[in-house]
Design a protein around this ligand. Structure first.
Ligand code: FES
Length: 96
């Protein structure tokens, strides 16, 4: 088992699980909010196509949860709205 943190809450899941599977197993229904209407969004395809599963992982925004394997101590946060390209390119240090 591996323990990661979602919104500072510890979650224990089997090693080798993706972040998306870990959050769904833990009852998390909304991974992000849409940039335009702030509607809650959740994984749809689970294979890297739809981009509905974007979360912040260890301070880096816009990570696809369905393609990211869990690591011990990983800190995952819900993503609210859009992230600027600068935030992605500089490792999460959003200048906006
Ligand atoms: S669930 Fe579709 S890209 Fe992650």
């Amino acid at each position: 088992m591996v323990t990661l943190f979602f919104e500072d809450r510890p979650i224990s899941v089997p090693e080798g699980t993706t972040v998306a599977a870990a959050l769904l197993l833990s009852g998390v229904a909304a991974f992000r909010t849409s940039p335009v209407t702030a509607a809650p969004r959740a994984p749809y395809c689970m294979m890297g196509v739809c981009f509905e599963c974007l979360v912040e992982v260890d301070g880096v925004p816009a990570r696809q949860a369905c393609l990211t394997p869990v690591k011990a101590g990983m800190k995952v946060r819900r993503q609210s709205g859009a992230r600027g390209l600068c935030a992605i390119n500089d490792g999460g240090r959003d200048a906006s």
